[in-house]
Design a protein around this ligand. Structure first.
Ligand SMILES: [Zn+2]
Length: 301
């Protein structure tokens, strides 16, 4: 089954950049996910045996984690989002957007979807010029349809993997989330204009001014990207699902089933080297409940 949506390659930076620009970042909690603990941080057969021995309650086998999105304000390019969070309809009817199988994994309070949170800040969906998608997994792509006028930027391999999947849910995708006639632009990380930045081997400078970079960090999914955002005094790194938690980033238990474990480890090592080289950077893992709770509402320095 094909999809109707099309993506065009992004050949160069988007308009709107300004030399030495820095951005303001607001982390937004765009829902919650309930993931099996072992899927998240796989501690091997031992834990499973241990859990069985203790007859652990079902609830302890799950982690309740945030579904993040980020509002980024650029001085000349306008407002951007990194990921879309959960669709507003999930607050009342999860299976409509997520499908029956995935409906039980996610929850959203009324008024806590990204569009509502933007409205509280005086922004409509039409004010979001660009949405950078770290990848197309359900909890990142669920609300693409809320931003019909935005330009969506993601990696070519992620687009290919998600749109070409025979059974999307097995790869963490849901076709209805991204099969919309919006302006998709894919970045070719083997193409011109790709440069290293810090320890990240392949990055794309979105506005050509160094303020927003997509770093190719595949492995969690086929074309996963992290996003490097330049605050005035340090970088804010949306690592996304290269590492679910800070503990994992520090060499803790690996996830149960990354799309490609070899690539995943390479991407993780790039992130670890980045933290060693830039200890003052703020590097945010993908779904760490404790880490998320400690974040400020707004970063402008
Ligand atoms: Zn993911």
């Amino acid at each position: 089954m094909g999809i109707a949506a099309e993506a065009l390659p992004l050949d160069g930076p988007l308009d709107g950049g300004r030399e030495n620009a820095s951005v303001v970042v607001e982390p937004l909690e765009a829902g919650r996910a309930r993931f099996p603990r072992d899927f998240f941080e796989h501690e091997g057969g031992k834990l499973a045996a241990y859990s069985a021995l203790l007859g652990r309650a079902d609830d302890e086998a799950y982690l309740d984690v945030p579904v993040p999105a980020y509002l980024v304000r650029h001085p000349t390019a306008g407002a951007l989002l990194v990921d879309t969070g959960l669709h507003p309809s999930i607050a009342s009817d999860p299976s409509h957007n997520l499908g029956r199988r995935a409906a039980g994994w996610y929850s959203l309070e009324h008024g806590r979807d990204v569009t509502s949170q933007l409205r509280e800040r005086g922004l409509g969906p039409g004010d979001i010029e660009v949405v950078v998608l770290t990848h197309l997994h359900i909890d990142h792509a669920s609300a693409i349809s809320e931003f019909p006028e935005s330009t969506f930027v993601l990696s070519g391999p992620e687009w290919e993997a998600a749109t070409g999947a025979r059974i999307p849910l097995l790869g963490g995708y849901r076709r209805a989330h991204f099969d919309h006639a919006v302006d998709y632009r894919t970045v070719d990380f083997d193409g011109d204009g790709i440069e290293s930045y810090g320890s990240f081997g392949r990055t794309f400078d979105l506005f050509g001014d160094g303020s927003v970079r997509l770093a190719f960090t595949p492995g969690h999914s086929a074309g996963h990207c992290s996003v490097l955002l330049r605050l005035p005094r340090r970088d804010f790194v949306v690592l996304a699902d290269v590492s679910y938690t800070w503990r994992q980033l520090q060499g803790g238990p690996e996830p149960l089933r990354p799309q490609d474990r070899h690539n995943w480890r390479r991407s993780l090592h790039e992130a670890q080297a980045y933290i060693r080289a830039y200890p003052y950077a703020l590097v945010v893992p993908g779904h760490d409940p404790e880490f998320w709770q400690k974040l400020d509402a707004r970063y402008e320095k």
